[in-house]
Design a protein around this ligand. Structure first.
Ligand code: IPM
Ligand code: MG
Length: 352
């Protein structure tokens, strides 16, 4: 099997943090072939297209993609088609990466970083499974038009049962390997699309008798996540609710700079990226936290290449540097040692 990894540094802090993750992957000496290409604002500046043809080709050929982050205020003024976010949505759709896994784990060493009380969040370990290629994000028709003499904006929420079933299976399988509890989030009291979502999840449940399926309305789920987050093991939801709830869940841990993510297709080809954004305000200063990207590389080892032991080695190395008291600015607290991006990468390499 080839082991081709396409690296897409992207914008803002993206290049700095992916550099550290690439060093970690290389240090493992597992025979990866790595190439680098443009995505997002960097691609717009160079080619006018946030997901240029050259990147598309390399992405198709690769077994896995490691992404930094895309976007920044500089490009927010461009037409929608040329915005960096369009590049991200483009590669998700092009590679059919329908299953987005977003773990929210509270590292004991970082318990103070959460804005919630320690007794509410200690031991927190949630996995959000977000459908990533459907829903109102991609539904047609959409647009802004003039109707009856005024501007009219519209989008379409839609899901086929096939789309719901395949993300449902990913979520049930994930729950099976963890705490065996799956909570499906919808808004069936108002939206037909999500009534279908609930029906299909319910139909799947008998195939997974060892997993306990519950349902929750999205507004309640948002509330429960801050009220009593440890009631959750795996959450599964559509693209838009998943976008919102995963940001909320990440902040329970207080350190979005620590959280990786994986976006997978049917064959475990995947795109791996930190859950945080491109942080243009601190770009180029060498102070960004590379750990979420390094942990994303661990997910890449686990999900695409089935290299569980190597994945664990990387995760253990990250835990070790935290235990040593090393912190980038975003997770710094009194009594710990503040380090920059590269020093953090060095420490992880040393711990490996
Ligand atoms: C995310 C981001 C993206 C999304 C944006 C940048 C298009 O918020 O990955 O959660 O909405 O999916
Ligand atoms: Mg988001």
């Amino acid at each position: 099997m080839t082991k081709k990894i396409l690296v897409l540094p992207g914008d803002g802090i993206g290049p700095e943090i992916t550099e550290e993750a690439v060093r970690v992957l290389k240090a493992l000496e597992l025979g990866f072939e790595m190439e680098t290409a443009l995505l997002g604002g960097a691609a717009v500046d160079a080619t006018g297209d946030p997901y240029p043809a050259a990147t598309q080709e390399l992405a198709k050929e690769a077994d896995a993609v490691l992404l930094g982050a895309v976007g920044g205020p500089k490009w927010d003024v461009l037409p929608r088609e040329q915005r960096p976010e369009k590049g991200l949505l483009g590669i998700r759709k092009h590679l059919n990466l329908f299953a987005n896994l977003r773990p929210a784990i509270l590292y004991p060493e970082l318990a103070d970083a959460s804005t919630l009380k320690p007794e509410v969040v200690s031991g927190l370990d949630i996995l959000i499974v977000r459908e990533l290629t459907g829903d109102i994000y991609f539904g047609q028709p959409r647009g802004i038009e003039i109707r009856d003499g005024e501007r009219f904006g519209f989008n379409t929420m839609r899901y086929t049962e096939t789309e719901i079933r395949r993300i449902g299976r990913v979520a049930f399988e994930a729950a099976r390997k963890r705490g065996k509890k799956l909570c499906s989030v919808d808004k069936m009291n108002v939206l037909e699309t999500t009534q279908l979502w609930r029906d299909v999840m319910t139909e799947l449940a008998p195939e997974y008798p060892d997993v306990e399926l519950t349902h929750m309305l999205a507004d309640n789920a948002a509330m429960q996540l801050v009220r009593a987050p440890r009631q959750f093991d795996v959450l599964v939801t559509g693209n838009m609710f998943g976008d919102i709830l995963s940001d909320e869940a990440s902040m329970l841990t207080g350190s979005i700079g620590m959280l990786p993510s994986a976006s997978l297709d049917e064959n475990n080809k995947g795109l791996y990226e930190p859950s945080h954004g491109s942080a243009p305000d601190i770009a180029g200063q060498g102070i960004a936290n590379p750990l979420a990207t390094i942990l994303s590389a661990a997910m890449l080892l686990r999900y695409t290449f089935n290299l569980e032991e190597a994945a664990r080695r990387v995760e253990e190395a990250v835990k070790k540097v935290l235990a040593q008291g090393l912190r980038t600015a975003d997770i710094f607290a009194a009594g710990t040692q503040k380090v920059g991006t590269k020093e953090m990468g060095d420490a992880v390499l040393a711990a490996l």
